[in-house]
Design a protein around this ligand. Structure first.
Ligand code: ITT
Length: 198
């Protein structure tokens, strides 16, 4: 299979992506020597994923994939949403971001704590073709943080059927059920259907 450049600077995403796409050679932007600063100014996950993939595609003739993802909390009008990485500032730790969300949800009953992770994956091919898929995982914001695996908002995002936060899941289990796992598998299907990968 040809090299695929994954347009992300997020190591947590990259780890999961490599595991899910184990049959492909995934090259990070860093490894490809691409230092693009791309402004994510879209208003949807799909738009931002495409903006990132197009931005990096301009530097290479390899297939480029990009992930735009985030947490939507229904009680907070779907915040932080597309601003998940920028919520309270890009350099603010996730311990602080997660605690801020827990504080805003204090006293909110379980039935009003619904939330989801969303992941859009975009592909931009050297011949100009573009594809986008979007997947979610439904869950809720717990009363407190739990778990040390995963990254970002994982410690406060709980999945009812699994009885734990996504930071308590093994990488393998998270990839099986997550927004990113589902979106990457959907993208693989699309690329196969179009003869881009075998
Ligand atoms: P790139 O744009 O370089 O890929 P980023 O971290 O800026 O990296 P996004 O703009 O897509 O990525 O922001 C997504 C944020 O949403 C991410 O930083 C996490 O805070 C959160 N997020 C996405 N997927 C997640 C997951 O599986 N578990 C926990 N948090 C997640």
């Amino acid at each position: 299979m040809r090299n695929i450049i994954f347009a992300t600077g997020n190591e947590g995403k990259l780890r999961e992506i490599r595991d899910i796409m184990a049959d492909a050679k995934i090259v990070s932007m860093k490894e490809a020597g691409i230092e693009a600063q791309i402004e994510e100014n879209g208003s949807t996950f799909e738009e931002n994923a495409l903006i990132k993939a197009r931005g990096v595609s301009a530097y290479t003739d390899a297939i480029v994939l990009a992930d735009d993802s985030g947490l939507e909390v229904d009680y907070l009008n779907k915040e932080p949403g597309v601003y998940s990485a920028r919520y309270l500032g890009e350099d603010t730790s996730y311990a602080i971001k997660n605690q801020a969300i827990l504080d805003r949800m204090k006293g909110v009953p379980r039935e009003a704590r619904s939330a989801r992770f969303v992941c859009a994956i975009a592909a931009v091919l050297p011949d100009g073709r573009e594809f986008v898929v979007r997947e979610t995982i439904e869950g809720y914001i717990g009363e407190c943080a739990a778990g040390t695996k995963g990254f970002g908002y994982d410690p406060i995002f709980y999945v009812e059927e699994l009885g734990c936060s996504t930071a308590e899941l093994s990488e393998e289990k998270k990839n099986e059920v997550s927004h990113r796992g589902k979106a990457l598998r959907a993208m693989k299907k699309v690329l196969r259907a179009h003869g881009v990968i075998v």
